[in-house]
Design a protein around this ligand. Sequence first.
Ligand SMILES: C[S@@+](CC[C@H](N)C(=O)[O-])C[C@H]1O[C@@H](n2cnc3c(N)ncnc32)[C@H](O)[C@@H]1O
Length: 272
Amino acid sequence: MGSMSKDYVTYATNIKKFWDKNAHERHDDIKSGNDKTYVEIITPSIVDMIKREFKSNISILDAGCGSGYLTNEISKHYCNITGIDISEIFISIARNEYPNLTFHNKDIYDIDFEEKYDLCLATMVIHNLPCLTVFLKKIFSALKKDGFLLVTTLHPSFWPRERIKNFDYSENEREYQVPLRGRSDRTYSSLLSYFHRTLNAYYDIDGFQVLAFEELYGYEDDSERRKKNKNPNILVVLLQKINTNTQIKPLKNEGFNSVKKALRRILKHRSE
Ligand SMILES: C[S@@+](CC[C@H](N)C(=O)[O-])C[C@H]1O[C@@H](n2cnc3c(N)ncnc32)[C@H](O)[C@@H]1O
């Protein structure tokens, strides 16, 4: 991990502490249906997307699975699924709630993946992580050739605009400390790091190509009103590992110039 490793260790300790402290509350928010966006929009959308795209015999890694609610919903259609999380409290809740499923209490950055998966999920995880490229390298190594990655994150164009004062869209990997809202709209006891990235960060990822984007409209936080947001505040991205024999590396999004570059690249690829 090079020079970021010391920082990352401190960071991982903090994130583990945050979730160990707040795991029961987060699990209650989900199980009681209080987090309507998660239960009624994010979870069914992900399950539907997976069912639409993948056969039932694939192997799935739920990276940063929390208390395993989504892992369990997916396991109703896909029996080969494993959840991993750095928080031991989350993992003990998950094992208790879903004793038939497999969960490991591990830091994704510390795993040398021996078993390879067809699909890896990172649901509401990466916006809390400092170095996207390091995380993605890990996930890359956990996937089979041609494997897929399904990322669900806070929408970088809309979510921060509503929550963060003086938000600067153009600054990549800038860290903001934000409160996390919970049961009855009360906030969790400590702030959580939110790392903002522009849309390009998801589009231009080494070793992966984007297959699809989906934008979801969550509910507003105000529990009295419970109406859908007018802007999509959740982004879902489906990526696939690039197989250099058959696929072309996706373009950087460079505006209209990219069309010319795309054509050049495709022609070059065809002539090779
Ligand atoms: C917002 S929670 C989302 C949990 C779950 N995916 C869900 O959709 O409810 C983010 C999760 O990522 C986990 N996490 C963060 N960094 C991790 C790491 N390096 N290794 C494993 N899990 C990690 C946290 O402990 C936390 O459970």
